[in-house]
Design a protein around this ligand. Sequence first.
Ligand SMILES: *[C@@H]1O[C@H](CO)[C@@H](O)[C@H](O)[C@H]1NC(C)=O
Length: 260
Amino acid sequence: MHNCLLLLAALVFLPFTVGQAPFDLYKLSLRWPPSECNIGQLKCTPTVLNYWVIHGIWPTYENNTAVPQYDKTKNSCAHNPTKENQIKAKLSSIKNTLTQFWPSLRNYAKDKTNLKDWIHEWKFHGQCSDYPTDPLSYFNSALSLRRKNDLAGTRIQPREEPYQAKEIVDAVKQILGATPEITCNTHRPSGMIQLREVRMCFKRAKPPTEPRDCPIQFSGTCNKESDHIRVPPAPSPGHSQVPWLPINIFLLAFCLGIVI
Ligand SMILES: *[C@@H]1O[C@H](CO)[C@@H](O)[C@H](O)[C@H]1NC(C)=O
């Protein structure tokens, strides 16, 4: 009888020990392309976008660790999550919206490059979300949260002069109603700290809608409210001389023509 109860207990709890601990929140990560593209690690083509784009939406534990990616034997968080080779078909109805708001910074003009990023996010964060077999709803949840918490209208406008970290936090708080996580990188030539990502946290729900404070307030190369953080403007298209080349040649030819 005793053994039988033990066996029963083992059968009940086994699935939980093999799977993962339940996660607590979703972290929506929004990136500022000019800061990602001016540190020499990414060659952003065809242009550096000058609006906030989605990096991902990540199932996260209270201790700020992201849920580890799906692994059939080690991390079977879901029964049979949608495989990566189905992502293209599953997202076809929202491809244009994703291309605009969830673009690959490497080359947003190429479907293949964008798809590669979406597949990466699905494998690392989507398969163990609350949508293991519904990538369309998973990606839509991020699009919808970005739309509802648009950073475009806040005080954080790109400019040469840095902001105090607290100003950035407060500006996000004003639209979100909760404390975000601010992630920075450092622009090497100038040594300036830059705003790289704003991360917004939401209570775990399907779909996530209710904001909550993020487990940490700063990450990357900023760590306190008094830090000075630059929000760099996108390089102006005028900096690229290539489009003007044909006109210059035309003018040169024209002038030469007049002289001759
Ligand atoms: C964070 O919490 C999860 C779930 O409880 C646990 O699996 C993981 O090991 C923890 N990570 C750290 C760094 O403490």
